[in-house]
Design a binder for this molecule. Structure first.
Ligand SMILES: [Zn+2]
Length: 319
């Protein structure tokens, strides 16, 4: 965890925070909500590090005082962080919430703020969320809780109503592209990847690291080959089986979208929309994590796609 300032597109929200801080109007809990991969957690840590920095005159954490050095080493005793752990456990349970409350209720060891980051807050179990309510209602002393949410609808109303909301909009490409291009990436490539990442800058940055465009091209080729009969649906499903299914379903949706845009007359058929709907349903099964058999899901999708593509080819040759 390095002490980075807020991201290039977060200037307005940072100004709001600085203004509230300057007027002593900073609440005890902020709910940072918006789409995933746009930098809300980054912002939360930028706020936490600024509050725990001992330097009064800098806009961001100074990076050199004792508070900053403790944060740099990830050992600041007045910063409590709750995240799903690396072992694949997605929920944040009551035991972890109680530990956090315990840290917040003690006297600040560095004599200033005590800060908590919970990301994402929708991953709290019901009992975990309930355990947090009392601290949100009666905060013990000078504390700030930063609750990050990618899916606000999943955050209990009892928590939402006790926090001040900071909404993070999807940033404008004009603010994101120079940031994406800062490591020597060409602007047109950055724009292409940002589009594939549906405007989410941190996802686009990950994609750039992983040569995403090559992987998308490979996936599109499999879809083309299933359509033409050169690749069987079962073989295509096997190729997809071990990769990130959600990512690939997004690419399939984009493939269909491009196809419809290119051939509006023949592609605006009910069958096409039914298939589009199936892709979204498949996405839902995978997101639900209910032991979905990915191989079977992909086989069914590719069988349906092969049938649909043959029908479209016939319609196009007849028109
Ligand atoms: Zn500092």
């Amino acid at each position: 965890m390095s002490l980075n300032p807020p991201l290039a597109w977060q200037g307005a929200l940072w100004e709001r925070l600085v203004s509230e801080y300057g007027q002593n109007r900073l609440p005890h809990a902020l709910l940072l909500s918006g789409a995933a991969h746009i930098g809300k957690k980054h912002f939360a840590f930028a706020v936490a590090h600024r509050l725990l920095c001992h330097c009064e005159s800098t806009l961001y954490a100074c990076g050199t005082c004792k508070g900053c050095l403790l944060n740099e080493a990830q050992t600041h005793p007045d910063l409590a962080i709750l995240e799903p752990n690396d072992a694949g456990k997605k929920v944040i349970g009551i035991g972890e919430v109680r530990e956090l409350i315990n840290v917040l209720s003690k006297t600040s060891q560095q004599g200033g703020w005590k800060v908590a980051v919970i990301a994402p807050v929708e991953n709290l179990t019901i009992s975990g969320a309930n355990a947090l309510l009392k601290t949100l209602e009666e905060p013990p002393g000078k504390i700030l809780m930063l609750l990050v949410s990618h899916e606000l609808g999943r955050v209990p109303a009892t928590i939402r109503s006790r926090c001040q909301r900071y909404m993070f909009p999807l940033p404008n490409a004009s603010e994101v592209l120079p940031w994406l291009a800062q490591n020597g990436v060409a602007l047109d490539k950055a724009a292409q990847v940002l589009k594939v990442a549906r405007g989410r800058p941190l996802l686009a940055a990950d994609y750039l690291k992983e040569s995403l465009l090559d992987r998308v091209a490979q996936f599109d080729q499999w879809v083309d080959d299933v359509a033409s009969g050169q690749l069987s649906p079962v073989s295509a499903a096997q190729k997809c089986h071990n990769a990130d299914a959600l990512e690939q379903i997004d690419w399939f949706v984009q493939y269909i979208h491009r196809m419809v845009c290119l051939n509006v007359e023949t592609c605006c058929s009910p069958e096409n929309f039914i298939f589009y709907d199936k892709l979204h349903k498949a996405r839902g099964w995978i997101v639900s994590g209910a032991n979905a058999n990915k191989q079977l899901i992909w086989e069914e999708l590719f069988f349906d796609w092969h049938t649909l593509a043959r029908g479209l080819a016939k319609a196009q040759s007849a028109s």
